[in-house]
Design a protein around this ligand. Structure first.
Ligand code: ZN
Length: 343
């Protein structure tokens, strides 16, 4: 099959497009003929590598994908063959204490498609049967692929971990990335008032169309925490969605006493200084999470399929142009998800 893979870490130039063996589904697994894959920042980090990350080469990147099941392994219902499905890239072992408790995103043997096993920049991928979800007839597969990772991540962080309630104020730091566009919509659906800080007017316009109530352009208002406090009558927001990381100092100031800071990533880099006095002095809760358990994935994808949550796609590239797609994502100018068309 055709795939985009790497044989060493590095910049976009290490991506190769070529032939690799088509994978065969093992016991409990299905093979999906991919129609679309979607990019995540994670793909760039896996490509670049980090200390301790060991890949088996050639390594195929990509966490998100959707397509049609074309083969099943031993023990799997053959009725799956021919079904349109979206992949849940978050793969638990199904046997450890966390998995048995329904917390498969904390699995002791946790795997992530495109990171610890072969991913979706390919014509086919093999995953456990429990990691595919049927896509309703008529729902576009590119939207299903683009939704999977970011929507489950945002839902688990805001709803399950963050305990978001109707009437609360939510600040989203960042306007246009996949998790942020998902977070804005989930917060609105939950009945919150949403404030968005974005880097320019174009990205904020997208946030507005997704339902954001208040917009702050940080290119015009670098001390944006003051504007958040002004909007909230000097109280501060109940919840901050901060997946930048380096913005924590301002997020702490923008939160109310007893506020929750939610984080699922660090687009600004992993290490930065924080002033601990804000955490105890303001009774703040710092709540981290990665991906979601299966139950949250199914819940949020149901809302996506029902049209209650919109999937924003910036641009679709052919699989063979994965390098250009990654370069586009790395520039950070995209509005929504970057997608690969596989067939
Ligand atoms: Zn497990």
């Amino acid at each position: 099959m055709k795939a985009v893979f790497l044989r060493r870490h590095g910049g976009p130039e290490v991506l190769e497009y070529g032939e690799v063996p088509t994978p065969e589904p093992g016991p409990g697994e299905v093979r999906v003929r991919l129609h679309y894959a979607a990019l995540n920042r994670l793909d760039l980090w896996v490509r670049e590598g980090w200390p301790g990350l060991k890949l088996r080469y050639p390594h195929i990147l990509g966490a998100d994908g959707a397509g049609v099941v074309d083969a099943v392994g031993p023990g799997v219902d053959p009725a799956w063959v021919g079904r349109r499905v979206v992949l849940n890239p978050n793969i638990g072992c199904g046997r450890c204490a966390y998995c048995l408790a329904g917390q498969d995103n904390m699995c002791d043997h946790w795997q992530l498609l495109g990171e610890t096993r072969s991913g979706t920049y390919a014509e086919a991928v093999v995953v456990p049967e429990r990691n595919v979800l049927p896509v309703p007839e008529g729902f576009p597969l590119e939207q299903a692929a683009a939704a999977a990772l970011v929507y489950q991540t945002a839902w688990h962080s805001l709803v399950s971990r963050g305990g978001l309630r109707p009437g609360e104020w939510v600040l989203v730091v960042g306007a246009s990335g996949g998790v942020n566009t998902a977070s804005i919509q989930i917060a609105k659906l939950a009945g919150a008032t949403v404030v968005v800080v974005g880097s320019n007017a174009r990205k904020l316009e997208l946030a507005r169309t997704l339902g954001a109530d208040y917009l702050i352009d940080r290119s015009q208002t670098p001390a944006w925490h003051r504007e958040v406090r002004r909007i909230t009558g000097n109280r501060g927001v109940d919840v901050v969605v901060d997946n930048v990381g380096t913005t924590f100092p301002l997020s702490f100031k923008a939160a109310r006493k007893g506020g929750r800071i939610l984080t699922v990533g660090n687009t600004g880099g992993p290490r930065f200084e924080i002033d601990n006095r804000f955490i105890f002095g303001k009774h703040l809760s710092l709540i981290g999470s990665t991906m979601s358990p299966q139950q949250d994935f199914r819940t949020v994808m149901g809302l996506v399929f029902a049209g209650r949550l919109r999937v924003v796609i910036d641009r679709i590239f052919p699989l063979a142009e994965a390098r250009a797609a990654q370069e586009h994502l790395a520039q950070g100018a995209q509005l929504g998800k970057v997608v690969l068309r596989v067939r």
